[in-house]
Design a protein around this ligand. Sequence first.
Ligand SMILES: [Zn+2]
Ligand SMILES: [Zn+2]
Length: 257
Amino acid sequence: MNLARVKRRLIKAIRLYPILALAILALAYFLGAFTEQEDPLVPQSALITGLYLFVGLVPLLFIIGFIILGGATDREFKKMGSKREKLLTSDPFLLPKEEMFGYKLALITDRPPTLTGLTGDSYRADDAASCDLDPSHIPPVIDCECGFYAYKEFDDAKFELTLNPGCFLIDVDLFGIGFIYKRGFRAESQVVKKLHLPKRCMRCHIFPTKVFVSKYRLGYSSTPWWQWQIYCQFCSRGFKAEHRLEITEMIKTLAIK
Ligand SMILES: [Zn+2]
Ligand SMILES: [Zn+2]
């Protein structure tokens, strides 16, 4: 059940209430609820009782609806909160005993091209994490979100790629202090080992990939940015030389070894 949709419907229904009330009053008036009539269609007392019920019951139903909805929303928030806790590791001694090798998604943005995480933070192919929230942190800090994240399983990253089709899959080695969280690691520093290239053009999804091209995009915060994607020979035709980069050149520019 989509709570937001139910809430919207309930609010819409409340807006209709005054119109409905007027219509019912008019109907009651024409049926003779407010005047003495001989041989009425509906007895006056029944009409008056009906009006009382309408005035009392309908707002009560709305109130009950909102109480139920409020409870459901609270439960949903709690569920989301516990999911988040799972993401931030809760045990400071849960340090990985294995080599930290993982998979993640990155965008290629800016000119010259730079790797950028889904959170919007850019990094070099060999980089140490920094914390946006607290400059005194040396990531990863246990109760913060900072550090380099990576999935342990290739399939998890691959699944996320289907949700973020503009991204590239990368293989990373993680070093320094690292924490295990439910589906991977969060660590101090990261070296990008490999950039996975899609087989098909990221525009037409038909022909094999040929060359990286950069496009100007409007970001969420209305700051425009350059995004690099890999296109086929046909889709990349209209791009000028300064907006094209051969695959080998891209790997070299990103300094992936
Ligand atoms: Zn931090
Ligand atoms: Zn194409």
